[in-house]
Design a protein around this ligand. Structure first.
Ligand SMILES: NC(=O)c1ccc[n+]([C@@H]2O[C@H](COP(=O)([O-])OP(=O)(O)OC[C@H]3O[C@@H](n4cnc5c(N)ncnc54)[C@H](O)[C@@H]3O)[C@@H](O)[C@H]2O)c1
Length: 284
């Protein structure tokens, strides 16, 4: 298999989901986390998620065991040196991602493709931080990664055809559907989704309806599987704020200017499902 060994950096919502997807598809995965504790916690979380998929008859117990055997967790970046592809999924903070890309460029073998799961940052800036800009692209999975079928492949001005083709083949090997997009903030999905989510918060601020009724209305009236506040909690309010800030910086359009309530909630450390308190409260 091409790109047989895949590195995943970051052990948050997306890092764990992408690692799980890749091992389930037969790739060897090395997941880099910042600490030994978080590395162990993420291995446990992936096992729990695979077990849940077995209980729901999505995969067999043998498939779950095979997948787990393909997962290695580490807190040493040098362990990624032999990977064919590394996907970074760290916090949506440009300075953090730039520093990481520089480090990956030093550590990884010259043929390694370096990909970012960023939602909004210019992938070309991440490419320019390396000495291999032709081997850097965006591979933007959606949340939850094991379930969502779409992956946006982000083509920068300087990436090679070979890199784009390899990225698409990797996505197909994960049983996902790639769509190629230009390197522009928000790509397709978030450029369209985030004004809607932001405007839902603004409706709530204007007391047009309760959050429960807005969610209910968008499910019942538009056939959406989740309402906007449930989606925001799933994405993570800190990540949502970063995405809106980047979109606003790139386009300057009022629709992207983050709703004040979102800023206040992030300041209050209300991040959504990941820390169990957002627009809704979560017990587990
Ligand atoms: N949440 C979503 O729905 C979603 C969907 C698609 C893409 N993304 C993108 O994926 C990336 C990760 O998002 P997430 O939702 O998994 O976030 P998260 O908050 O769940 O996880 C972030 C990860 O970054 C690590 N991190 C934080 N600060 C760091 C630092 N200074 N140095 C190194 N690592 C650091 C954390 O330990 C954690 O492992 C972001 O670029 C985001 O835009 C998110």
């Amino acid at each position: 298999m091409e790109l047989a060994c895949v590195g995943v950096v970051g052990s948050g919502i997306m890092g764990s989901g992408i690692a799980e997807t890749a091992v389930e598809s037969g790739h060897e995965v090395i997941l880099l986390s910042r600490t030994t504790e978080s590395a162990q916690a993420i291995a446990k979380a992936i096992k729990t998620s695979l077990d849940r998929r077995v209980q729901r008859h999505k995969i067999s117990p043998v498939q779950a065991d095979d997948a787990l055997r393909k997962l290695t967790v580490t807190n040493e970046i040098s362990d990624l040196r032999g990977c064919d592809l590394v996907i970074e999924t760290v916090v949506e903070d440009l300075a953090v991602k730039l520093r990481l890309m520089k480090d990956l460029d030093i550590v990884c073998k010259p043929t390694t493709i370096l990909a970012s799961n960023t939602s909004t940052f210019p992938v070309v800036e991440l490419a320019a931080a390396t000495a291999r800009p032709d081997k850097v692209c965006g591979i933007h999975f959606f949340n939850p990664a094991p379930v969502m079928r779409l992956v946006e492949i982000v083509r920068t001005l300087v990436v090679s055809e070979e890199t784009i083709e390899q990225a698409k083949r990797f996505v197909l090997s994960c049983h996902k559907e790639p769509v190629e997009v230009k390197d522009q903030a928000g790509f397709i999905v978030n450029a369209l989704l985030f004004p809607y989510l932001n405007n839902a918060i603004k409706l709530l601020e204007q007391k047009v309806a309760t959050k429960e009724d807005i969610d209910f209305a968008m499910k019942g009236g538009c056939g959406f599987p989740m309402g906007p506040f449930a989606v925001l909690d799933l994405v993570g309010l800190d990540t949502a704020l970063s995405i809106l800030n980047s979109l606003y910086e790139e386009f300057g359009e009022p629709n992207y200017s983050p709703a004040p309530l979102l800023k206040r909630m992030v300041a209050a450390k209300m991040y959504g499902r990941k820390n169990k308190i957002g627009f809704y409260s979560y017990s587990s």
